[in-house]
Design a protein around this ligand. Structure first.
Ligand code: UDX
Ligand code: ADP
Length: 463
């Protein structure tokens, strides 16, 4: 089967960039990205491509090239579904906030709504591709809905998890380590797999395209994220021990990373991992393990989250302790709010939790992030429901100029590893701060010796 029209439901961090690359690399395929959120679609269609809702290096150029040619953004969900031979589901699957599995299981209501919508409007056979990270056996549920509520048309379900990391999405999509496609072992299933392989083969070497059964594909995505997050929690656990023993976590990371069995990547100690995937996927894994009665497996993976929460809390309590056990009415400048550099995404960012802890201690927070708006900062804090929105707005402000954010502050905390922080005039920042002036480097990006020479009291994670 040759694919000529693709529809992607969900114009978010996964759907948007992925479809932009497919459209760029497959000019013969018409790609339509649909979303219920009208504002989001309007900004994807903004005349000025710099205003597209997702910031990723290199993305606006690709959107500029393909948009209007074979890449379209629309709110006409039904029409795009019916026209397409292949439908990607890239809607959000947040952790459940209610009922059974609350705080752990993935909330599949958006996925189910999509499946029902596809079933309702489809008048021809479709290949449905799960792109969102989903618990194992979700494909089965989607299949059951499609087969039992559809108009007699045939559906093939594929799992094709996305491994892109935010901030490097374009490069990850252009040069993936591998593409994973899971499908049925039946003849129709194999044909559907081949149709999707043919799409990727436009720019990915066939040897990098792995095909598996659906369940292996679904579980591989959760496993990959669990292993990656585990490495961060492992090095973060060591960072606390380093602080007590006089070892330096960066030196330890370098030393173990040179063991080719361990490898150097993902060993950067930090204030804790954030992002929409790691925590959600591990909680999901824990929930699945528990639901099969595999309590040891569940407890093992849960420790990764426990360690991460501890690391965030440890960072904020260290700030309080170092500032003579009180931050009440003290200004603390936050450099960075995004969960990592080169993205405007703030989901599960460590900054949110550190700010929440410090506001509980009556601190006044001043945020500077090159890509995050004040509106988003407030929305992130309000979402925690720790206090009223008015109290949050009173306790936290944001600045468009980093030097202004630091003016008069008792301490600067680095929450995101934006490259520009390293290039700042730190002498100027020091001169404008209260003395003694503290820097708490939650990302270990600044030069300790230089800052100490200026007069800062500098603390990094793990040394
Ligand atoms: C992750 C996976 O990497 C990606 O494959 C998957 O598709 C989605 O989840 P993402 O969350 O976008 O991607 O970013 P990632 O680069 O993995 O970073 C996650 C968090 O870990 C960030 O907060 C980052 O700052 C932190 N991190 C990463 C560390 O603290 N130390 C490290 O060594 C690496
Ligand atoms: P991700 O990081 O997984 O891409 P996002 O939250 O950034 O998650 O994007 C998911 C998008 O899916 C949102 O823009 C949301 O409006 C959209 N969405 C959710 N359910 C539906 C639906 N039934 N039809 C169309 N769009 C949907």
């Amino acid at each position: 089967m040759k694919i000529t029209k693709i529809c992607c439901i969900g114009a978010g961090y996964v759907g948007g960039p992925t479809m932009a690359i497919i459209a760029q690399k497959c000019p013969q395929i018409q790609v339509t990205v649909v979303d219920l959120n009208e504002e989001r679609i309007a900004t994807w269609n903004d005349e000025d491509v710099n205003n597209i809702p997702i910031y990723e290096p290199g993305l606006s150029e690709i959107v500029k090239e393909a948009r209007g040619r074979n890449l379209f953004f629309s709110t006409e969900v039904d029409k795009a579904i019916d026209e397409a031979e292949m439908i990607f589901i890239s809607v959000n699957t947040p952790t459940k906030t209610y009922g059974k599995g609350k705080g752990m299981a993935a909330d599949l209501k958006y996925i189910e709504l999509c499946a029902r919508q596809i079933a309702r409007v489809s008048t021809s056979n479709k290949i449905v591709v799960e792109k969102s990270t989903l618990p194992v056996r979700t494909a089965e549920a989607i299949k059951s809905i499609l087969d039992n509520t559809g108009n007699g048309v045939k559906f093939q379900i594929l799992s094709n998890p996305e491994f892109l990391a935010e901030g490097t999405a374009v490069q990850d999509l252009l040069h993936p380590d591998r593409i994973l496609i899971g499908g049925d072992t039946t003849e129709e299933g194999q044909k559907a797999i081949q149709a999707l392989v043919d799409v990727y083969a436009n720019w990915v070497a066939v040897g990098k395209i792995l095909t598996t059964n659906v369940w292996s594909s679904e579980l591989s995505k959760l496993t990959a994220n669990a292993f990656l997050a585990q490495r961060i929690s492992s090095i973060n656990a060591m960072s606390e021990l380093c602080e007590k023993t006089g070892a330096d976590v960066n030196e330890v990371a370098r030393a173990i990373g040179m063991d080719s069995r361990i490898g150097p990547k993902f060993l950067k100690a930090s204030v804790g991992f954030g992002g929409s995937c790691f925590q959600k996927d591990i909680l999901n894994l824990v929930y699945i393990a528990k639901s099969y009665g595999l309590n040891e497996v569940a407890d093992y993976w849960e420790q990764v989250i426990i360690m991460n929460d501890h690391q965030k809390r440890r960072f904020s309590s260290n700030i309080v302790k170092t500032l003579y056990n009180t931050v009440s009415d003290k200004k603390i400048a936050f450099l960075g709010w995004a969960f990592k550099k080169d993205t405007n995404d703030t989901r599960e960012s460590a900054a949110i939790y550190v700010a929440d802890d410090l506001i509980n201690e009556n601190a006044k927070i001043a945020v500077y992030d090159p890509k995050v708006s004040y509106k988003k900062v407030l929305a992130d804090l309000d979402y925690l429901q720790t206090r009223t929105a008015d109290k949050n707005a009173e306790s936290i402000v944001s600045f468009e100029n980093p030097y202004k954010a630091c003016e008069g502050a008792h301490a600067v905390a680095i929450l995101t590893e934006w490259d520009e922080f390293v290039t700042y005039d730190w002498q100027k920042i020091y001169d404008a701060m209260q003395k003694p002036a503290f820097v708490f480097d939650g990302r270990n990006i600044l030069n300790a010796a230089e800052l100490e020479k200026i007069g800062f009291v500098y603390q990094a994670i793990g040394s």
